[in-house]
Design a protein around this ligand. Structure first.
Ligand code: NAP
Length: 329
Protein backbone atom coordinates (compact mmCIF):
# COMPACT_ATOMS: atom_id res chain seq x y z
CA UNK A 1 0.00 0.00 0.00
CA UNK A 2 1.31 3.47 -0.84
CA UNK A 3 1.26 6.57 1.32
CA UNK A 4 -2.24 8.11 1.23
CA UNK A 5 -0.78 11.64 1.15
CA UNK A 6 1.36 11.20 -1.91
CA UNK A 7 0.92 7.69 -3.29
CA UNK A 8 4.56 6.81 -2.69
CA UNK A 9 5.79 3.28 -2.05
CA UNK A 10 5.96 1.59 1.37
CA UNK A 11 8.63 2.76 3.76
CA UNK A 12 11.73 0.62 4.10
CA UNK A 13 13.14 0.83 7.59
CA UNK A 14 15.67 -0.55 10.02
CA UNK A 15 13.79 -1.75 13.09
CA UNK A 16 13.74 -4.18 15.99
CA UNK A 17 10.83 -5.90 17.75
CA UNK A 18 12.86 -6.95 20.78
CA UNK A 19 15.78 -5.57 22.76
CA UNK A 20 19.12 -7.33 22.73
CA UNK A 21 22.28 -7.76 20.67
CA UNK A 22 22.85 -6.83 17.05
CA UNK A 23 20.87 -9.91 15.99
CA UNK A 24 17.55 -8.21 16.85
CA UNK A 25 18.03 -5.63 14.07
CA UNK A 26 15.93 -6.08 10.92
CA UNK A 27 15.52 -4.19 7.65
CA UNK A 28 12.22 -4.46 5.83
CA UNK A 29 8.97 -2.87 4.69
CA UNK A 30 6.77 -1.22 7.30
CA UNK A 31 3.43 0.60 7.09
CA UNK A 32 3.71 4.12 5.72
CA UNK A 33 4.06 7.02 8.14
CA UNK A 34 0.96 9.16 7.77
CA UNK A 35 1.44 12.91 8.22
CA UNK A 36 -0.85 14.64 10.69
CA UNK A 37 -2.06 18.18 10.00
CA UNK A 38 1.17 19.79 11.29
CA UNK A 39 3.61 17.18 9.97
CA UNK A 40 6.04 17.01 7.10
CA UNK A 41 6.67 13.70 5.33
CA UNK A 42 10.30 13.61 4.21
CA UNK A 43 12.13 11.27 1.85
CA UNK A 44 15.18 10.60 3.96
CA UNK A 45 18.47 11.02 2.11
CA UNK A 46 20.57 10.91 5.28
CA UNK A 47 19.97 10.31 8.96
CA UNK A 48 22.32 9.43 11.77
CA UNK A 49 22.97 7.18 14.72
CA UNK A 50 22.67 8.58 18.20
CA UNK A 51 23.98 6.81 21.27
CA UNK A 52 20.37 6.51 22.43
CA UNK A 53 19.66 4.21 19.45
CA UNK A 54 22.10 1.74 20.99
CA UNK A 55 20.44 2.13 24.42
CA UNK A 56 17.04 1.48 22.84
CA UNK A 57 18.26 -1.59 20.99
CA UNK A 58 20.08 -3.12 23.97
CA UNK A 59 17.54 -2.02 26.59
CA UNK A 60 20.03 -0.09 28.69
CA UNK A 61 19.73 3.34 30.40
CA UNK A 62 16.07 2.57 31.21
CA UNK A 63 15.00 2.56 27.54
CA UNK A 64 11.85 0.63 26.60
CA UNK A 65 10.66 0.01 23.03
CA UNK A 66 8.42 2.88 21.92
CA UNK A 67 6.65 0.93 19.18
CA UNK A 68 6.14 -2.82 18.49
CA UNK A 69 8.50 -2.35 15.55
CA UNK A 70 10.95 0.16 16.96
CA UNK A 71 12.62 2.33 14.33
CA UNK A 72 15.56 4.36 15.61
CA UNK A 73 16.83 7.79 14.66
CA UNK A 74 15.68 11.38 15.07
CA UNK A 75 17.75 13.29 12.51
CA UNK A 76 16.61 13.81 8.93
CA UNK A 77 18.04 15.48 5.86
CA UNK A 78 16.05 14.92 2.72
CA UNK A 79 13.39 16.15 0.34
CA UNK A 80 9.82 16.97 1.35
CA UNK A 81 7.42 14.41 -0.09
CA UNK A 82 4.14 15.74 1.32
CA UNK A 83 2.88 18.07 4.02
CA UNK A 84 -0.10 18.06 6.39
CA UNK A 85 -3.01 20.39 5.71
CA UNK A 86 -1.86 23.05 8.21
CA UNK A 87 1.73 23.26 6.96
CA UNK A 88 2.64 26.35 4.96
CA UNK A 89 6.33 26.96 5.65
CA UNK A 90 7.62 24.08 3.51
CA UNK A 91 6.35 22.36 0.38
CA UNK A 92 6.92 19.17 -1.60
CA UNK A 93 10.34 19.21 -3.24
CA UNK A 94 12.06 21.40 -0.60
CA UNK A 95 15.50 20.26 0.64
CA UNK A 96 15.21 20.20 4.40
CA UNK A 97 16.86 19.19 7.64
CA UNK A 98 14.56 18.15 10.49
CA UNK A 99 14.18 16.60 13.91
CA UNK A 100 11.67 13.79 13.67
CA UNK A 101 11.35 10.23 14.83
CA UNK A 102 11.64 6.75 13.32
CA UNK A 103 14.14 8.23 10.87
CA UNK A 104 16.21 5.13 10.10
CA UNK A 105 13.91 4.67 7.14
CA UNK A 106 13.33 5.82 3.57
CA UNK A 107 10.44 8.04 4.69
CA UNK A 108 9.96 9.77 8.02
CA UNK A 109 7.81 12.37 9.69
CA UNK A 110 8.85 15.56 11.43
CA UNK A 111 6.75 18.34 12.91
CA UNK A 112 6.74 21.36 10.60
CA UNK A 113 8.10 23.57 13.40
CA UNK A 114 11.20 21.36 13.57
CA UNK A 115 11.74 21.28 9.80
CA UNK A 116 14.22 23.82 8.34
CA UNK A 117 15.73 24.61 4.94
CA UNK A 118 19.00 22.75 4.40
CA UNK A 119 21.61 25.54 4.05
CA UNK A 120 22.92 26.03 0.50
CA UNK A 121 26.01 23.99 -0.25
CA UNK A 122 25.47 21.64 2.71
CA UNK A 123 25.26 17.95 1.81
CA UNK A 124 22.44 15.67 2.92
CA UNK A 125 25.01 13.67 4.92
CA UNK A 126 26.13 16.78 6.82
CA UNK A 127 22.52 17.82 7.40
CA UNK A 128 21.53 14.35 8.56
CA UNK A 129 24.39 14.34 11.05
CA UNK A 130 23.36 17.58 12.67
CA UNK A 131 20.09 18.00 14.59
CA UNK A 132 20.32 15.90 17.75
CA UNK A 133 24.00 16.10 18.62
CA UNK A 134 24.50 19.58 17.21
CA UNK A 135 21.58 21.22 18.90
CA UNK A 136 22.44 19.60 22.24
CA UNK A 137 25.95 21.02 22.10
CA UNK A 138 24.65 24.41 20.91
CA UNK A 139 21.96 24.52 23.57
CA UNK A 140 24.33 23.46 26.35
CA UNK A 141 27.07 25.93 25.47
CA UNK A 142 25.15 28.92 24.13
CA UNK A 143 21.68 28.89 25.70
CA UNK A 144 22.56 27.30 29.05
CA UNK A 145 26.22 28.05 29.86
CA UNK A 146 26.16 31.27 27.78
CA UNK A 147 29.80 30.96 26.80
CA UNK A 148 31.55 34.24 26.05
CA UNK A 149 34.46 35.06 23.79
CA UNK A 150 37.74 34.66 25.65
CA UNK A 151 36.43 32.06 28.11
CA UNK A 152 38.02 28.65 28.47
CA UNK A 153 35.70 25.72 27.76
CA UNK A 154 36.35 22.04 28.53
CA UNK A 155 34.40 19.78 26.15
CA UNK A 156 34.40 16.15 27.24
CA UNK A 157 35.00 13.46 24.60
CA UNK A 158 35.67 15.38 21.39
CA UNK A 159 35.22 12.22 19.31
CA UNK A 160 31.54 11.93 20.20
CA UNK A 161 28.75 13.45 18.14
CA UNK A 162 28.05 16.03 20.85
CA UNK A 163 31.74 16.69 21.49
CA UNK A 164 32.62 17.18 17.81
CA UNK A 165 29.99 19.92 17.58
CA UNK A 166 30.87 21.31 21.02
CA UNK A 167 34.54 21.88 20.19
CA UNK A 168 33.62 23.78 17.01
CA UNK A 169 30.82 25.83 18.57
CA UNK A 170 33.00 26.95 21.48
CA UNK A 171 35.82 27.79 19.08
CA UNK A 172 33.48 29.73 16.80
CA UNK A 173 32.34 31.81 19.78
CA UNK A 174 35.94 32.82 20.44
CA UNK A 175 36.60 30.51 23.37
CA UNK A 176 39.79 28.65 24.13
CA UNK A 177 38.91 24.94 23.97
CA UNK A 178 40.30 22.10 26.03
CA UNK A 179 38.92 18.68 25.26
CA UNK A 180 39.45 15.00 26.01
CA UNK A 181 39.54 11.78 23.99
CA UNK A 182 40.44 8.15 24.51
CA UNK A 183 43.00 7.63 21.72
CA UNK A 184 45.93 9.53 20.27
CA UNK A 185 44.23 9.56 16.86
CA UNK A 186 41.09 11.15 18.32
CA UNK A 187 43.12 13.70 20.27
CA UNK A 188 44.94 14.70 17.11
CA UNK A 189 41.60 15.06 15.24
CA UNK A 190 40.26 17.15 18.12
CA UNK A 191 43.15 19.58 17.74
CA UNK A 192 42.56 19.72 13.95
CA UNK A 193 38.94 20.57 14.74
CA UNK A 194 39.97 23.57 16.81
CA UNK A 195 40.84 22.38 20.32
CA UNK A 196 43.92 23.98 21.88
CA UNK A 197 44.60 20.92 24.02
CA UNK A 198 43.30 17.35 24.06
CA UNK A 199 43.67 15.31 27.25
CA UNK A 200 43.65 11.49 27.45
CA UNK A 201 40.54 10.89 29.58
CA UNK A 202 41.59 7.35 30.46
CA UNK A 203 45.24 7.83 31.39
CA UNK A 204 45.81 11.49 32.20
CA UNK A 205 44.74 13.27 35.37
CA UNK A 206 42.19 15.66 33.82
CA UNK A 207 42.27 18.13 36.73
CA UNK A 208 46.06 18.41 36.72
CA UNK A 209 46.19 18.76 32.93
CA UNK A 210 43.53 21.49 33.03
CA UNK A 211 45.27 23.36 35.84
CA UNK A 212 48.63 23.12 34.02
CA UNK A 213 47.04 24.55 30.87
CA UNK A 214 45.25 27.39 32.66
CA UNK A 215 47.92 28.65 35.09
CA UNK A 216 46.09 26.90 37.90
CA UNK A 217 42.84 28.78 37.33
CA UNK A 218 40.61 26.13 35.77
CA UNK A 219 38.01 26.43 33.01
CA UNK A 220 34.97 28.69 32.86
CA UNK A 221 32.65 26.06 31.43
CA UNK A 222 32.52 22.27 31.18
CA UNK A 223 30.28 20.55 28.62
CA UNK A 224 29.80 16.94 29.71
CA UNK A 225 27.82 14.01 28.35
CA UNK A 226 29.99 11.14 29.66
CA UNK A 227 28.89 11.12 33.30
CA UNK A 228 30.30 9.11 36.21
CA UNK A 229 33.95 8.54 35.18
CA UNK A 230 34.61 12.23 34.53
CA UNK A 231 32.12 14.04 36.75
CA UNK A 232 34.33 14.68 39.78
CA UNK A 233 37.21 15.81 37.58
CA UNK A 234 34.88 18.04 35.58
CA UNK A 235 33.67 19.89 38.67
CA UNK A 236 37.18 20.15 40.11
CA UNK A 237 38.42 21.55 36.79
CA UNK A 238 36.13 24.57 37.06
CA UNK A 239 37.45 28.03 37.85
CA UNK A 240 35.63 30.14 40.47
CA UNK A 241 32.09 30.95 39.23
CA UNK A 242 32.48 28.19 36.63
CA UNK A 243 29.48 26.53 34.93
CA UNK A 244 29.03 22.79 34.40
CA UNK A 245 26.42 21.68 31.88
CA UNK A 246 25.44 18.10 31.09
CA UNK A 247 23.43 16.64 28.23
CA UNK A 248 24.12 12.94 28.68
CA UNK A 249 25.36 10.08 30.82
CA UNK A 250 27.01 7.65 28.40
CA UNK A 251 29.24 6.03 31.00
CA UNK A 252 27.07 6.32 34.13
CA UNK A 253 24.54 8.63 35.70
CA UNK A 254 25.79 8.87 39.28
CA UNK A 255 28.35 11.43 40.37
CA UNK A 256 29.94 12.23 43.70
CA UNK A 257 29.89 15.90 44.56
CA UNK A 258 31.80 17.75 47.28
CA UNK A 259 29.25 20.44 48.16
CA UNK A 260 32.01 22.59 49.59
CA UNK A 261 33.37 23.03 46.06
CA UNK A 262 30.01 24.49 45.01
CA UNK A 263 29.72 27.12 47.70
CA UNK A 264 33.39 28.01 47.94
CA UNK A 265 33.86 28.33 44.18
CA UNK A 266 30.37 29.58 43.37
CA UNK A 267 29.98 26.86 40.77
CA UNK A 268 26.72 26.38 38.81
CA UNK A 269 25.52 22.94 37.70
CA UNK A 270 23.09 22.77 34.76
CA UNK A 271 21.38 20.27 32.49
CA UNK A 272 20.05 20.92 29.00
CA UNK A 273 16.55 19.76 29.97
CA UNK A 274 13.77 19.03 27.51
CA UNK A 275 13.08 22.29 25.68
CA UNK A 276 9.81 22.75 23.82
CA UNK A 277 9.72 22.85 20.02
CA UNK A 278 9.88 26.64 19.92
CA UNK A 279 13.17 26.68 21.84
CA UNK A 280 14.56 23.74 19.87
CA UNK A 281 13.69 25.60 16.66
CA UNK A 282 15.52 28.72 17.85
CA UNK A 283 18.57 26.60 18.68
CA UNK A 284 18.42 24.84 15.31
CA UNK A 285 18.22 28.13 13.42
CA UNK A 286 21.29 29.40 15.26
CA UNK A 287 23.20 26.19 14.62
CA UNK A 288 22.23 25.97 10.94
CA UNK A 289 23.32 29.58 10.48
CA UNK A 290 26.74 28.69 11.92
CA UNK A 291 26.94 25.70 9.57
CA UNK A 292 25.86 27.86 6.63
CA UNK A 293 28.63 30.35 7.45
CA UNK A 294 31.19 27.54 7.62
CA UNK A 295 31.90 28.11 11.34
CA UNK A 296 30.77 24.58 12.18
CA UNK A 297 31.18 21.57 9.89
CA UNK A 298 29.46 18.32 10.89
CA UNK A 299 32.10 15.60 11.14
CA UNK A 300 31.06 12.44 9.29
CA UNK A 301 32.87 9.42 10.70
CA UNK A 302 31.28 6.87 8.37
CA UNK A 303 28.17 6.40 6.23
CA UNK A 304 26.24 3.14 5.89
CA UNK A 305 23.28 2.13 3.73
CA UNK A 306 20.20 1.06 5.70
CA UNK A 307 20.95 -2.61 5.00
CA UNK A 308 24.15 -2.25 7.07
CA UNK A 309 22.37 -1.00 10.18
CA UNK A 310 24.06 -3.69 12.30
CA UNK A 311 27.48 -2.40 11.19
CA UNK A 312 26.44 1.12 12.18
CA UNK A 313 25.38 -0.10 15.66
CA UNK A 314 28.58 -2.16 15.96
CA UNK A 315 30.73 0.86 15.14
CA UNK A 316 28.89 3.03 17.64
CA UNK A 317 29.27 0.40 20.37
CA UNK A 318 32.99 0.14 19.65
CA UNK A 319 33.52 3.94 20.02
CA UNK A 320 36.15 3.59 17.25
CA UNK A 321 34.85 6.60 15.35
CA UNK A 322 35.18 10.37 15.49
CA UNK A 323 32.08 12.49 14.89
CA UNK A 324 28.78 11.19 13.59
CA UNK A 325 27.78 7.85 12.06
CA UNK A 326 25.43 8.52 9.14
CA UNK A 327 22.89 6.26 7.47
CA UNK A 328 21.90 6.83 3.84
CA UNK A 329 18.55 5.03 3.32
N1 NAP B 1 19.89 15.50 25.94
C1 NAP B 1 19.85 15.31 24.62
O1 NAP B 1 18.95 15.78 23.91
C2 NAP B 1 20.95 14.53 24.02
C3 NAP B 1 21.22 14.70 22.67
C4 NAP B 1 22.32 14.04 22.11
C5 NAP B 1 23.06 13.19 22.92
N2 NAP B 1 22.71 13.00 24.21
C6 NAP B 1 23.49 12.09 25.06
O2 NAP B 1 24.83 12.55 25.07
C7 NAP B 1 25.72 11.43 25.10
C8 NAP B 1 26.67 11.54 23.92
O3 NAP B 1 25.96 11.25 22.74
P1 NAP B 1 26.72 11.03 21.39
O4 NAP B 1 25.72 10.56 20.39
O5 NAP B 1 27.52 12.23 21.10
O6 NAP B 1 27.70 9.82 21.82
P2 NAP B 1 28.82 9.05 21.00
O7 NAP B 1 29.06 9.76 19.71
O8 NAP B 1 28.46 7.64 20.97
O9 NAP B 1 30.13 9.25 21.89
C9 NAP B 1 30.26 8.69 23.16
C10 NAP B 1 31.60 9.16 23.72
O10 NAP B 1 31.68 8.80 25.08
C11 NAP B 1 33.05 8.69 25.39
N3 NAP B 1 33.22 7.78 26.54
C12 NAP B 1 32.66 6.57 26.70
N4 NAP B 1 33.07 6.03 27.88
C13 NAP B 1 33.89 6.95 28.45
C14 NAP B 1 34.63 6.99 29.66
N5 NAP B 1 34.61 5.96 30.54
N6 NAP B 1 35.38 8.08 29.93
C15 NAP B 1 35.42 9.10 29.06
N7 NAP B 1 34.74 9.12 27.86
C16 NAP B 1 34.00 8.05 27.59
C17 NAP B 1 33.73 8.14 24.15
O11 NAP B 1 35.02 8.73 24.07
P3 NAP B 1 36.34 7.87 23.65
O12 NAP B 1 35.91 6.87 22.62
O13 NAP B 1 37.25 8.93 23.12
O14 NAP B 1 36.85 7.24 24.91
C18 NAP B 1 32.81 8.59 23.02
O15 NAP B 1 33.43 9.60 22.24
C19 NAP B 1 24.85 10.19 25.07
O16 NAP B 1 24.69 9.72 26.39
C20 NAP B 1 23.53 10.68 24.51
O17 NAP B 1 22.45 9.89 24.93
C21 NAP B 1 21.70 13.66 24.76
Amino acid sequence: MGCPACGCADVRAAYHEAQGGLEVLRVGELPDPEPGPGDVLIRVRATSMDRVDVYWREGSHGMRLRWPQHVGGRDIAGVVEAVGEQVEAVAAGDRVVASGERTHATLALAPADLTFPLPDGISFEAGGATPTAGRSAHQALIEKAQIQSGEIVLVMAAGSGVGSFGVQIARALGCRVITTAGTAEKRSKAVELGADLAIDHYNDDIVTAVRDATDGRGVDVVLDHVGTPVFAAAVRSLAPEGRFVTCGVTAGHLGELHLGQLFVKGVTLMGVGRPDNQRIAATMRGLLAMIGRGQVTPVIAAAFPLEEIAEAHRLMESSRFFGKIVLTP
